[in-house]
Design a protein around this ligand. Structure first.
Ligand code: DX5
Ligand code: ZN
Length: 232
């Protein structure tokens, strides 16, 4: 099987038992934990901050991918880095100085990622590939779990895949390509075939309701994603 990563989003977990939920999805095969941060300013919803990240950190060893849906961005990066983030991603429109924000994240030894909303053009990547470790394409408008996958994302995934492959051929460096929003067992193969290697899934995983259910969904997603990746 080709390497793919499934990153359950804690947004759909039971917040009263967050540590346990993290432990359960990781024992069920999750490769990463996706940590959604919303500020009721950049997006119309409010979630969790660095204290909660610090509190869940001891429950697993897998990388935690912190998705910042906040504006401004820079002020909170040190706190998330110190709380144990492995990746920090932010939205192109939420930073006035994208290059500075990417460098700030990396100055803490944390991997940096740029997030594109469905309508955000890919031109923000043109001069920044050297400073990016991860590209995150939103396949829903950010703010809520449980929305439907926007099909035009597939074309965007193909375009980013082309750019990242060309960059790897030139530099030898691999940048990950993650898709977030409405990813399910029945569409993940197509998304993988388009070129994604990392898949966020909130409602699909936590909606399964039990550790056995988590394992079943994650396994099905991995098998389907690997089949899709193999077709590329
Ligand atoms: C949306 C969040 C997503 C969301 C995904 O703003 O960034 O990570 O939790 O949830 P599902 O998989 O349910 O679309
Ligand atoms: Zn997210």
């Amino acid at each position: 099987m080709q390497r793919c990563r499934i990153a359950p989003s804690i947004l759909s977990a039971d917040f009263a038992r967050l540590g346990e939920e993290v432990r359960d999805v990781v024992s069920a095969g999750a490769d990463w934990i996706h940590f959604d941060v919303m500020d009721n300013h950049y997006v119309p919803n409010l979630t969790v901050g660095p204290q909660v990240l610090k509190a869940i950190r001891p429950y697993s060893d897998v990388p935690v991918d912190v998705h910042l849906m906040i504006e401004p961005v820079d002020e909170l990066i040190p706190a998330f880095a110190k709380a144990g983030a492995d990746y920090i991603t932010f939205h192109c429109e939420a930073s006035r100085h994208i290059d500075r924000t990417l460098q700030l994240i990396r100055s803490f030894g944390v991997k940096a990622g740029l997030v594109f909303n469905p309508a955000t053009p890919l031109s923000y990547l043109d001069y920044e590939l050297d400073n990016v470790d991860l590209v995150l394409l939103m396949s829903v408008n950010p703010g809520f779990g449980g929305q439907s996958f926007i099909p035009s994302t597939l074309e965007k995934v193909c375009e980013v895949r082309r750019r990242l492959d060309a960059y790897r051929a030139q530099t030898g460096r691999e940048i990950l390509l993650e898709v977030d929003g409405g990813v399910k067992p029945d569409n993940i193969a197509q998304i993988a075939e388009a070129g994604a290697d990392t898949f966020v899934a909130g409602s699909a995983v936590f909606g399964a309701g039990s550790p056995e259910g988590y394992r079943d969904v994650i396994t099905r997603m991995k098998v389907a994603a690997s089949e899709g990746m193999a077709k590329k």
